[in-house]
Design a binder for this molecule. Structure first.
Ligand SMILES: Nc1ncnc2c1ncn2[C@@H]1O[C@H](COP(=O)(O)OP(=O)(O)OP(=O)(O)O)[C@@H](O)[C@H]1O
Ligand SMILES: [Mg+2]
Length: 258
């Protein structure tokens, strides 16, 4: 569904600009859960922003359903970043979801069903008339996930959405996201620098090298039924393999940052 071919991204003028990405190619299938994994500054957000149509490519192409991605395509792709900041504080829980449905022109006759379905999935159906300020941090996050998914975008692009959460809430978010993804058949591209998070969630993990000229070092299939436990032999072996790949990269990145 998404085809990335030989993508290159340079910030600034060439020559002399910063080559963030070089020679990135991948096909992302409908319904797939892909994680982009790599050290800080390797270009994960850059790549996600290009998929979203927020950033232009310097060379190569990105195709969605066989057509080039040009500009943000808000009806088909949804961008989701730093959960906790994007709720509308003057609207209640259900109004926040309704607002998103209206903005995406979902037919009004479907609103009630969709709102109930998605709020139930994240256990917020009993809190529909509360305002964001009356919710806990974890509840606000769940509301954001429900709202992002309720518009049923074909592709959900997530940039380290759970990075700020503590480990227990993050695990719960993983379970909720996995559940909704399995039921909805949506395609998810999820950025993280957390190896365990990538293994817990993904069908495939694309591991990125440190920039400049970051590219995919390896694209790995993740096997094993969900929920995946890092204690499983397969998961812990994969963790070790990714760590072996990334450790020298992280060292290089630290040297580069001084
Ligand atoms: N607008 C910009 N102008 C110039 N350089 C940029 C710009 N945006 C990003 N960069 C550079 O491109 C590289 C990749 O940045 P990007 O934000 O994509 O990394 P990242 O992998 O998302 O990092 P993090 O894990 O810290 O979020 C970095 O070296 C960054 O400094
Ligand atoms: Mg980033």
């Amino acid at each position: 569904m998404l085809e990335v071919r030989n993508l290159r991204k340079v910030y600034g003028e060439e020559p002399g600009g910063y080559v963030a990405l070089e020679g990135i190619s991948i096909d992302i299938a409908a319904g797939e859960f892909l994680c982009l994994l790599g050290p800080s500054g390797c270009g994960k957000s850059t790549l996600l922003n290009i998929l979203a149509g927020f950033e232009e490519v310097s060379a190569g192409s990105v195709m969605f359903d066989g057509r080039p991605v040009k500009g943000a395509d808000r009806d088909r792709m949804m961008f989701f970043q730093d959960a906790g900041s994007a709720l509308l504080p003057w609207l209640t829980v259900e109004e926040n979801v309704r607002f998103a449905l209206r903005a995406r022109r979902v037919p009004r006759s479907q609103w009630d069903d969709i709102i109930t379905r998605y709020l139930s999935m994240v256990d917020l159906n009993n809190h529909r008339t509360k305002f964001p300020a009356e919710l806990s941090g974890g509840m606000r996050q769940r509301l954001q996930i429900a709202r992002a998914l309720a518009v049923e975008p074909r592709v959900l692009l997530m940039d380290e959405p759970f990075a700020a959460l503590d480990a227990m809430i993050r695990r719960r978010m993983h379970a909720i996201l996995t559940d909704i993804w399995q039921r909805s058949g949506q395609t998810i591209v999820f950025v993280t620098h957390d190896i365990a998070e990538a293994i817990a969630l993904a069908d495939r993990i694309a591991i990125m090298s440190v920039g400049p000229c970051s590219s995919f070092m390896k694209i790995m299939d993740v096997k094993g039924a969900r929920p995946r436990d890092m204690g499983d032999p397969a998961s812990s072996a994969m963790f070790a393999e990714i760590e072996r790949l990334l450790t020298p990269e992280i060292r290089r990145s630290e040297e580069r940052l001084g």
